[in-house]
Ligand binder design. Structure first.
Ligand SMILES: Nc1ncnc2c1ncn2[C@@H]1O[C@H](COP(=O)(O)OP(=O)(O)OP(=O)(O)O)[C@@H](O)[C@H]1O
Ligand SMILES: O=P(O)(O)OC[C@H]1O[C@H](OP(=O)(O)OP(=O)(O)O)[C@H](O)[C@@H]1O
Length: 232
């Protein structure tokens, strides 16, 4: 008797990324909307097609995938570069687009003079490793002040001179009198895969990857504008 294939498990990030990922997942045959509504506050649920869904804080998604608890996950490039884990990253989903950037108060250019004189630069960030790498290649050794959110408060309150944080529209910076001075890298969300699942759960894993690639391609194709038809 043929062995029943083990169902796939997906670690999905709660919050803004899940909303943009749902149409892509549905197009790839993984329609989680109804099960999600039914799940209420449950963090682990099963789809009628058998797949298991784990709802995880975005920063924890790579942990579940690296440890093999989930076969797949969705994580931002910011999180992946910060954590530097052993994972496959086969599809850029093209969602959750933003950038990791350096910003500072618009009205306080004196830190620049400090930088040139090698004075201690205090940088508040949720991304200590990415920030350190960015400054070190420029010969600057900043004091990193780790924060878990509302990073823009750092310079306003005098906690930090600069911040390294995500910028999308730039509205949060603007409303907090900060200005972007350098982009470190562009961010989008990626499909991540556990290394062992890639080998041991073929062909289901390959099918999912191919399905999501097709969904991303279809989503990025320009839509045809409806043409006006002249009635004669
Ligand atoms: N403003 C933004 N625009 C687009 N993508 C973003 C933005 N902020 C974050 N992201 C992307 O979404 C991912 C998750 O960010 P999100 O803010 O939802 O998680 P979080 O900071 O852990 O939130 P929470 O603290 O509410 O759990 C980030 O790693 C990044 O890739
Ligand atoms: O350029 P914008 O479009 O204004 O977006 C950028 C903001 O979005 C993220 O914050 P989030 O909403 O996740 O809150 P957080 O500060 O708690 O991380 C990020 O950390 C910025 O603060």
């Amino acid at each position: 008797m043929a062995a029943v294939p083990e169902p796939l498990t997906f670690a999905l990030p709660k919050g803004r990324i899940l909303d943009s990922a749902m149409p892509l997942l549905a197009a790839a045959g993984l329609d989680i909307r109804a099960a999600l509504d039914e799940a209420g506050r449950k963090l682990l649920f099963e789809l009628p097609s058998g797949e298991r869904i784990l709802l995880v804080k975005p920063v924890d998604v790579p942990t579940y995938v690296e440890h093999g608890i989930a076969d797949f996950g969705i994580a931002g490039l910011d999180t992946l570069l910060e954590q530097g884990r052993d994972l496959y990253e086969p599809v850029d989903l093209g969602i959750g687009r933003c950038r990791l950037a350096v910003a500072e108060p618009c009205d306080r250019p004196e830190h620049l003079r400090g930088l040139r004189r090698g004075m201690n630069l205090r940088v508040a960030t949720k991304y200590p490793r990415c920030a350190l790498r960015h400054y070190r290649v420029r010969g600057i050794q900043p004091e990193i002040i780790p924060l878990y959110g509302s990073v823009e408060l750092g310079p306003i309150t005098g906690l930090a001179d600069q911040i390294v944080d995500l910028v999308e529209s730039g509205e949060t910076l603007r409303q907090n009198a900060l200005v972007e001075v350098e982009t470190i890298f562009e961010v989008s969300s990626r499909l991540i895969v556990n290394a062992a699942s890639l080998r041991l759960k073929q062909p289901a894993v390959s099918q999912t990857i191919a399905g999501l690639r097709r969904a991303v391609e279809a989503a990025s194709r320009p839509r045809l504008q409806p043409q006006k038809v002249a009635c004669t």
